[in-house]
Design a protein around this ligand. Structure first.
Ligand code: ADP
Ligand code: GLC
Length: 480
């Protein structure tokens, strides 16, 4: 049995701010259980829902020297959906209303987490053959493993994989401060190791010291070797290109299944999608108090409202969009200017724009099921899960051709009748607008073509099956 430990700062169903949580929670379930014992470790946040906290069982605790003090590390455990989850407990670090807070504090918090993860393993008597680290929050695990944990027999030979879900966030802090908190010596603060500029950089540490690197789509794996997408680490990505590969994300086909989805008004599959989707659309129009109308082109957005997701393009043509017979249903939180922008348009065009500035699993499912199209014009997108959820629900994605969006959405070709959505290349508001209007025209004037697009979208397979196999192959190769 090969033992794998996933380390992640967020994991569904316990805590989620974005797609990282979906991946860390759903992928572990998809490995061959006869060959792989995959467990997951994450922080125990105060802000987790009480029902999850109630499920956790105290396993052990110990004290660990960290940042000049002896600190409490509790370990809790739960088995959920056949997977063992460990939670690192420290009320000082993991309190507050959200998993992430102030930048400096987050760096310290996850340095603590990374050290606590390794320190906990002998205590809970789980020696993984490989630790699979996700994003900057776990970047110091491969570094610590190389450094202070190398002495004993227990840690010798443990392999590491670093998966990049988003290269933009790296977890850096002034090198002096970084050394003081992490306990790493100045040996590590050079440009070929953890240093970027005047900072120490957690993600860079993971990328330098991990045995292999993956990211969440083939296109993003290529893009991050270029300065535009490389976030200052493109040189390192090129240098390690032999150890870097893209493995596209899947989604949980049980949680996201229109045939069994408890959140939506009318369940459906490919055989009755047209009729049932309409029922969902009517129900959502009613619930949100936007204008009724079966043939109004309803576009959904479920997203963090940040620059990454292309909201400046949407803001630029929002007024024009509202002049057309479209409805825009938005669910998201994030930058204040985008929250306010959608609220403002919802006030001005109440029958066309619905601004839902909050987080809701239930509402997200309703939007995936009810809308005709889903808009995701990202500036960059390592993979993107929302477009996969849309495809699964027969809601046609309109995306910019970048990263995982490019790899998972095939643009409609009216000449040979192929495609599962619509896309544009340049990061340009008018190109996006024209693409939305093209989709609108297919919806209005060539409904039979539109319906065939829905059928093709729903026939795609973005379950974890194929990608989990690729991870297994990589683990086998590394563990030997
Ligand atoms: P990212 O991880 O960059 O935010 P992804 O497309 O990979 O983007 O994943 C986003 C995930 O978060 C999806 O599961 C999406 O449905 C969910 N999501 C984003 N915003 C909200 C929200 N306000 N309410 C519910 N779910 C949301
Ligand atoms: C990140 C990326 C997103 C990706 C997700 C899960 O949040 O922004 O594109 O789908 O991680 O890998």
């Amino acid at each position: 049995m090969k033992k794998i430990l996933f380390a992640s700062s967020e994991v569904v169903p316990f805590i989620k701010t974005g797609g990282l949580a979906d991946v860390a929670g759903s992928l572990p379930k998809c490995f061959d259980k006869n060959e792989y014992d995959v467990r997951v470790i994450l922080p125990k946040y105060e802000c987790m829902a009480q029902k999850w906290k109630d499920m956790m069982q105290y396993k052990t605790h110990f004290y660990m020297d960290f940042a000049g003090q002896s600190r409490y590390v509790g370990v809790l455990e739960t088995v959920y959906d056949g997977i063992t989850f460990y939670f690192i407990d420290n009320e000082g670090y993991f309190s507050g209303p959200k998993p992430y807070t102030d930048w400096h504090w987050d760096v310290q918090k996850f340095m603590f987490f990374d050290r606590a993860v390794l320190s906990a393993l002998p205590v809970i008597d789980f020696r993984p053959d490989l630790i699979h680290c996700h994003d900057w929050q776990t970047g110091l695990i491969p570094v610590y493993l190389n450094d202070s944990f190398q002495g004993g027999e227990f840690f010798r030979g443990i392999k590491t994989v670093m998966t990049i879900h988003n290269l933009k966030f790296q977890g850096n802090d002034n090198a002096e401060q970084f050394m003081r908190l992490s306990g790493l010596s100045s040996y590590y603060m050079t440009i070929d190791k953890l240093r970027t500029g005047v900072d120490g950089n957690m993600l860079k540490g993971g990328l330098v010291y991990a045995d292999a690197i993956t990211t969440v789509s083939d296109s993003y794996a290529e893009e991050i070797k270029t300065p535009f997408y490389g976030e200052g680490l493109d040189g390192l990505m090129r240098a390690r290109s032999n150890d870097l590969r893209g493995i596209v994300n899947g989604i949980d086909y049980v949680d996201f299944n229109p045939a069994t989805d408890k959140f939506i008004t009318a369940q459906y599959d490919a055989s009755n999608v047209l009729e049932k989707k309409l029922q969902n659309k009517r129900a959502l129009q009613k619930e949100l108090g936007i204008g009724a109308g079966d043939n109004r082109f309803m576009i959904g957005i479920v997203s963090r409202l940040t620059d990454q997701k292309g909201f400046d393009l949407i803001a630029y043509v929002m007024e024009n969009l509202c002049q057309r017979d479209v409805q825009l249903v938005v669910l998201g939180t994030g930058d204040q200017r985008y929250e306010e922008m959608f609220r403002w348009f919802a006030g001005k065009y109440p029958s066309k724009v619905s601004a839902n500035i909050y987080y809701s699993e239930e509402m997200s499912h309703k939007i995936y099921a009810s809308c005709d199209a889903f808009l995701m014009p990202s500036l960059f997108e390592p993979c993107g899960l929302s477009q996969l959820m849309s495809l699964r629900y027969g809601t046609l994605p309109i995306v910019r051709e970048t990263g995982g969006l490019k790899d998972t959405v095939h643009p409609y070709n009216q000449f040979d009748g192929t495609g599962t959505g619509f896309s544009f290349t340049n990061y340009n508001a008018h190109d996006m607008y024209n693409t939305v209007m093209f989709a609108h025209s297919v919806y209005v004037d060539r409904r039979d073509e539109w319906n065939k697009l829905i059928a093709r979208a729903m026939a795609e397979d973005f379950s974890w099956q194929a990608s989990a196999k690729k991870y297994q192959e990589m683990y086998d190769w590394l563990i030997g």
